[in-house]
Design a protein around this ligand. Structure first.
Ligand code: ZN
Length: 149
């Protein structure tokens, strides 16, 4: 189990140092900003939706390793997903972090499992879910920045 934990740490650090899909998206038709005042994490999500499919997704911002890695992993997992699939992933991910569900979401969800260790640190759960809450705001095209507080 500690080997698995080391592997998870490595993946998180890798995504923190080299975030995937980082930057603005000129073709975005949705965007939203999110803040986590507890930690100082700040993020903007850019989405290009076609119908109900996530055609492309990028993010920008600055935050701790957990919030950045979580956003990076989220963009990798969501590309090409439908709204319904995205919602299902968010619910599983949230369940994983709050300990209400175990990992059983298949290979796509497996990537997100690297963040499961966060559940031992409740204050960091908000870091890990910031990108996902911001995504929800982007999907609703919320103009007001959202906050985890
Ligand atoms: Zn944070």
């Amino acid at each position: 189990m500690s080997d698995l934990r080391d592997l998870y740490q490595e993946v998180i650090l890798d995504h923190y140092k080299r975030p995937r899909n980082f930057g603005t998206l000129v073709t975005a038709n949705r965007e939203a900003e999110g803040f986590n005042p507890l930690c100082g994490d700040q993020i903007t999500i850019y989405l290009q939706m076609e119908g109900d499919v996530v055609q492309d997704i990028r993010f920008q911002g600055s935050g701790c390793a957990i919030s950045t890695a979580s956003a990076s992993l989220m963009t990798e997992v969501l590309k090409g997903k439908t709204l319904e699939e995205a919602q299902a992933l968010f619910e599983k991910f949230h369940g994983l972090l709050t300990g209400t569900s175990e990992q059983d979401g298949g290979p796509e969800f497996g990537k997100l499992a690297v963040l499961s260790g966060v559940r031992e640190f409740p204050v960091r759960v908000k870091c890990a879910t910031l990108a996902w809450h911001t995504l929800q705001a982007a999907l609703k095209n919320t103009r007001q920045p959202i906050s985890t507080e």
